[in-house]
Design a protein around this ligand. Structure first.
Ligand code: ME8
Length: 519
């Protein structure tokens, strides 16, 4: 039987600087969605990439005394390292300087041109290099006599010959698409912004530049002698389809297009929900199914900035708190789709309250009792009482509720549901007092320990999407074989086998203890 496919992507970060916490957040969230679908039996393609062309790259490289390619190589290695450290490696990394990608960009260009959507003209207007975006006069904000993009980036006046894309022709079709596919942009409020922008009327988009050369060259045309390079957003957005070979009909990943979800931050919805679908419509390619928008992360409410000195290296955070605790913090603390805050206190609180106290203690207490009192094997259960059946049913239902939350791209709600049952299981364990029954009713003690261990198994299976190493370690301690750790094995039929030997227990979630002040 062929498994259903599922393709998910992150935005491709600009290759002009090291990864920051926003990149880490996006990568971890996308990884959790990808892992979830894999656990649920899908054939998953998880793609990330690097946005390596454009004026911003060229300028940063000049400042650092590197070639743009050297800068791109250095940054690509940093992002690869981040993916490894965060246990969030993608199946493919599309770098926009790769030959396979250049071929795809030329192909999408050719198709859009063949469709009559590309013409030569002159651009005169405002450009923000930091956003790599054009802005109308009306969108700019003025401060101290200077003009800035809505993002706060400076803008400069650009006047040059340019190839244009007939974006203005796509307004109605885009609105019809949003209407017919209500979940196309999620959450809803970002969709409303997109719809409002399209309704104000779309202007044609300049899609080539002549005043610098760090980009994909547009093939010569009898209409001009100027050397044009592709506008970096046409180039960058095309990465998603490059990963599948769909446009050029190459490779064995074509079945993954259209992508199921592009996960992006809120600052780039216009490019993903307006420009990209219009390019694809023009090129005769199917549109991605969903644009999944996340908010931005702030350090105690403040935007990260080099001048404020609050830019944190995600690798440092992973070393300080641990990879799974950091992943858990990102996914549980931030309402996906909203902006969020991070601080040392908030991270430590999540680690100690949820992971160490609730899940960690339950696992450790029950598993060490089993090791001591049940011959280091899965306990034998007696007949189940109502409360036993209730907690097992609750754990089974948590997977279904979490699946609903993950279908809506809400990892925070999925985790809230799983940890609600962790809290229930703690109450069950405390209420049943298995330690007190060791002498008086050993059969009941064994049953309670069995039920607790089985509840842990049911919860650890979905937790693998979020905290893969720790959940894996827990399943290891429960002697669940690797082939039985997916959602299809989470139910009654694959319950723990009584009498199966268990490895010695080890703590999975240590508490975070503040390092002692140096004397
Ligand atoms: O925009 N919190 O690259 P980028 C959360 N190259 N996410 C954040 C964030 C923050 N503080 N800051 C940025 C680009 N992001 C383009 C993308 S896609 C075809 C091209 C997110 O390196 C941001 O919203 O500036 C985006 O989704 C991603 O990080 C890469 O940002």
């Amino acid at each position: 039987m062929t498994r259903p496919t599922y393709m998910i992507t992150t935005a491709i970060p600009y290759a002009n600087g090291a990864p920051h916490i926003g990149h880490a957040y996006e990568r971890v969230a996308t990884d959790a969605f990808a892992r979830w679908k894999r656990l649920d039996g899908f054939d998953v393609l998880f793609v990330t990439g690097m946005d390596e062309h454009g004026q911003k790259m060229q300028r940063t490289a000049e400042k650092e005394g590197l070639t743009p390619q050297q800068l791109a190589d250095r940054t690509a290695a940093q992002f690869q390292h981040m993916g490894e450290v965060l246990n969030a490696r993608a199946d493919d990394v599309v770098r926009t300087t790769q030959p396979r990608h250049k071929a795809d960009v030329l192909e999408i260009w050719r198709r859009m041109e063949a469709n009559g959507d590309i013409y030569l003209s002159k651009y005169a207007g405002w450009y923000s290099v930091r956003d790599e975006a054009y802005f109308d006069e009306g969108e700019l904000v003025e401060r101290e006599g200077k003009k800035f993009a809505p993002s706060g980036a400076p803008v400069e006046w650009v006047e040059e010959e340019s190839w244009f894309f007939r974006l203005s022709a796509y307004g109605e079709r885009l609105l019809a698409h949003y209407e017919a596919h209500p979940g196309f942009v999620t959450p809803e409020h970002y969709k409303n912004e997109v719809v409002a922008f399209v309704k104000r009327g779309l202007e044609d988009l300049s899609i080539s530049r002549t005043t610098f050369d760090w980009g994909i060259p547009i093939p010569p045309s009898p209409q001009t002698n100027a050397h044009h390079v592709c506008y970096v957003w046409v180039d960058a957005l095309t990465n998603y389809i490059t990963a599948t070979g769909w446009l050029t009909g190459q490779g064995d990943r074509q079945k993954f297009w259209p992508a199921d979800a592009h996960v992006i931050g809120k600052d780039i919805t216009r490019f993903h929900a307006i420009f990209w679908p219009a390019f694809l419509m023009s090129a005769g390619a199917p549109l991605p199914k969903k644009i999944v928008v996340h908010g931005h992360l702030f350090s105690r409410g403040e935007k990260m900035s080099k001048s404020v000195g609050n830019v944190v290296d995600p690798i440092d955070l992973a070393q300080r708190y641990g990879v799974d605790p950091l992943r858990y913090f990102f996914l549980r603390e931030i309402s996906f789709g909203q902006d969020g805050n991070y601080s040392h206190e908030a991270i430590v609180n999540r680690i100690n309250a949820d992971l160490a106290n609730d899940l960690g203690n339950l696992a450790q207490r029950s598993l060490s009792m089993i090791a001591k009192n049940c011959g280091a094997a899965v306990p034998k259960k007696d007949s189940l009482l109502e409360q036993d059946r209730a907690i097992l049913a609750d754990a089974a239902a948590a997977l279904e509720k979490a699946r609903g939350a993950m279908d809506s791209y809400r990892p925070d709600l999925a985790l809230a549901e799983i940890f609600r049952v962790v809290a229930e299981a703690n109450r069950y364990f405390a209420g049943e007092e298995p330690w007190a029954k060791k002498k008086t009713d050993p059969a009941r003690m064994a049953t309670v320990l069995y039920v607790t261990a089985e509840t842990l198994r049911r919860l650890a299976i979905p937790l693998q999407a979020f905290i893969p190493a720790a959940a894996g370690a827990l399943l290891e301690q429960l002697a669940v074989p690797p082939g039985a750790r997916n959602f299809a094995s989470a139910g009654d039929a694959d319950s723990l086998t009584e009498g199966a030997p268990l490895p010695p227990p080890a703590p999975v979630f240590p508490r975070f203890v503040e390092p002692a002040e140096p004397e």
